[in-house]
Every structure is written in structure tokens, then in C-alpha cells.
Design a protein around this ligand. Sequence first.
Ligand code: ATP
Ligand code: MG
Length: 223
Amino acid sequence: MAARTVFVAGAGTEIGKTYVTAALTRRLRGQGRPVRTLKPLASGVPPLSDPAFAESDTARLLDAQGLAVADEHVEACSPWLFAAPLAPDQAAVLEGRSVALADLVAWCRAQIACTEGTLIIESVGGLMSPVTETATGLDWLRELAVPALLVSGSYLGAISHALTARETLRLHGVPLLAVAVSESEGAPAPLSTVAAAIARHAGVPVFGLRRGDACPEALADLV
Ligand SMILES: Nc1ncnc2c1ncn2[C@@H]1O[C@H](COP(=O)(O)OP(=O)(O)OP(=O)(O)O)[C@@H](O)[C@H]1O
Ligand SMILES: [Mg+2]
């Protein structure tokens, strides 16, 4: 049976996609729902033997799934891992590798087909960050034809970034389940104010996650 799948897209980079994805994974597990979480493509990741690996998205997502940081789990979560802290296509070149959208999509489709329950896929950077030499995260999402969860920050300027991403998804016919606004460190406006402003225009449920918050039950219920 194919998994119910959600693609976690970002309004920008470093804004809380992994935080929200990990929180959502923990919540689903807490509800007794089977869940598998992937970060298929990741750059800036040190080797497994380096203690800094624990800070990587892959390590955080394995931890949320209750899986040990072991070669087979890392490979199953993140088959395209690159060391350089660059866009994945550029990081791949430095390792004599390349990323092709068709391979990425085929791999994700295979995981969707063989997973039971819910499959969560964390994207890379912002919605239109490059994932290969020619494709963006939006192309990846459109090829997969699965619904998105959009993660935004609450920093000054976040409302426009979130709504621009939301509008882009709408223009491309991508179904959006919800927007999760993850509180940015030192944000000048209260989280609730930012979330309310996004909600006025988003046309989907909007959830604010304060620093350190768990995933709201109501967000997990939508997934
Ligand atoms: N609500 C929150 N509470 C506490 N820490 C948070 C929250 N949101 C984000 N962070 C922290 O901010 C940093 C950046 O967040 P995160 O790694 O989730 O971003 P990202 O969008 O996944 O980044 P990337 O584009 O590199 O994948 C991390 O250290 C993360 O733990
Ligand atoms: Mg991340």
C-alpha cells in the first residue's frame, strides 16, 4: 500500500523545516501512527564518524524516528548526502557526483510505494532553491504530485516570503495542507501576529510553533 505523503517545503532556507518535520514525526509516532521521514538530498553534511554529524538534518530526522545513526538508516533516509555547504548540485560536483531530477523523483516514488502509513519528505532550502543543475525544489514537488506543508519563519519579512511561496504553489496547482510558522530567534513581532497575517491570505490552516514547541495535534491531524 502506498504511503500518504507530505512534502515539507520552505519559504526560505534555515527557517525551521527540519524542526517542524522532526516535531511532526514525533507527534505522529506519539499518536501511534506509522511514519517514515526522509531528507533525500542534503549538503553540508560531515561524515558519520564526525561528532558534528549529530547536528545534520539526517541525524535529527533519524532521532525523531527513534532510529540509530547507523550506515543503513542514514542511506535509507538520505541517499544523496554531500559534504560541501553549497547547493546540492554544486556540492555534488565537488565529489564527482551529480543529481538528476529523474533519479530523485524515481527514488521518492519507490519509497512512497513501499511505505505504509505516512511518508514525510523534507526538501532543500526554499521552495525554488536548486536541487539539480536545472531543476528547483518546486520541480521536484510537482513531479511527485503530492501535497505540501509550507514552513515559514517569523523574522521581519517572513510574511511576504511565506505568501510568495504560497502563491507559487497555488499557481502551479500544488495542494497545500497547511503553513507552519516556526518562531525565528530574535524575531521582532510576536509569533501570533505573524501567523495571523499569513493566515489572512493563505487560505489554508496556519500553525505557529514557538521556540521549543511540540507539533500541534491539529497539524498532525491534517497530515
Ligand atoms: N520553533 C523552533 N524552536 C527551536 N529551534 C528552532 C525552531 N525552529 C527552528 N529552530 C532551529 O533553527 C535552526 C534552523 O532550523 P532548521 O534546521 O529546522 O531549518 P531548515 O529550514 O530545515 O534549514 P535547511 O534549509 O538547512 O534544511 C536549527 O538549529 C533549529 O533547531
Ligand atoms: Mg533542514
